[in-house]
Design a binder for this molecule. Sequence first.
Ligand code: AMP
Length: 387
Amino acid sequence: MSSATRQDASPVLVLNAGSSSLKFQLLVPETAQVLATGLVENIGEQGSSVADHGAALAVMTSELTSAGVDLDRDPLRAVGHRVVHGGSYFSDPVLIDDAVLGHVRDLIPLAPLHNPGAVTGIVAARARFAVPQVAVFDTAFFADLPLPAATYAVPRELAAKHRIRRYGFHGTSHQFVSAAAAELVGRPLADLDQIVLHLGNGCSASAVRGGRAIDTSMGLTPLEGLVMGTRSGDVDPGLHAFLHREEGLTSEQVDALLNQRSGLLGLAGANDFRTLERLMGEGDEHATLAFEVVVHRIKHYVGAYLAQLGHLDVLSFTAGVGQHSATLRAAVVAGLGGLGLRLDAERNGAPSSAARIISTDDSPVTIAVVPTNEELAIARQTAALVR
Ligand code: AMP
């Protein structure tokens, strides 16, 4: 084997660092072969044996060794970091240097729950691995949203001062799925008008024209848009002041209420979609209404994006719920035959983990299930940048 071949086959380490957790996956981007995957939790928490992200990387290294991976013998090609917020700085993945790290830090006010973890993860990984490191941003795919889609109608001086705009999240997934959907239907990405529904614990929708996002449902924060496991999605902005006045809640309390105690959890007492479906099967009226609210909101966005695009080639479902709940998919497209979306009930119900078409052969719009793979997308973008 030549050294060049060996270099090409060497793995990329993908890191997703939260404030107290570190998810990792070691994989070969060209073949999608996963060599190891894992999660270190309770980092820096009281009584935890893992003091910080540096210690978490040591735990990871020993887990890799147990999995038969020796990083000293088979060195990494690069490290790819998932970073939630790239603000207006980054519309593409970038090689990490001190300036990039400074920008990620600078964006902490916009992503107080996410960017601090990314910063500590990057600092620890740069100290541990002497290989190129790349930041892949969850917002990047939406950095070039058309201004009318990105702009909130608030005083423009205030928006400029605090960088208030719609950023969008889950971008790595929306980009990966829209490209994979084009492959699935065998047509160039550049020719397609698409809607992607990322329905997992977090949920978002996007409208994609020719491979570029023209609208998305998450905004300044990942709270806007669809109903999620514990997040409300869209509410009347007047609700904040109302809860403050009537319930005496502070802004932090309202924020926590809408992010952590709302959505499916708030409506039905369960944030896991499988539990929701089980409760519905038992005739639970709260679970049934929660399901109907979820569907109503998704249809609202599908209709909006049909209007923004003016035409639609592919509607894709992805992430935990989108990939696995045939019931939800059927409910979302029910009654949309007149708009060109005709579901094939048998295809929709057939269990499969592959990308697949679930519309009828004569459906003007192709309806698809496309498994997302953010780690692979990050590894590929990382490899492309260091090549
Ligand atoms: P994700 O955030 O993409 O990991 O998705 C998590 C969500 O997917 C949770 O609400 C799960 O209950 C849901 N999910 C996973 N598997 C299934 C399944 N077989 N049927 C319905 N929902 C599922």
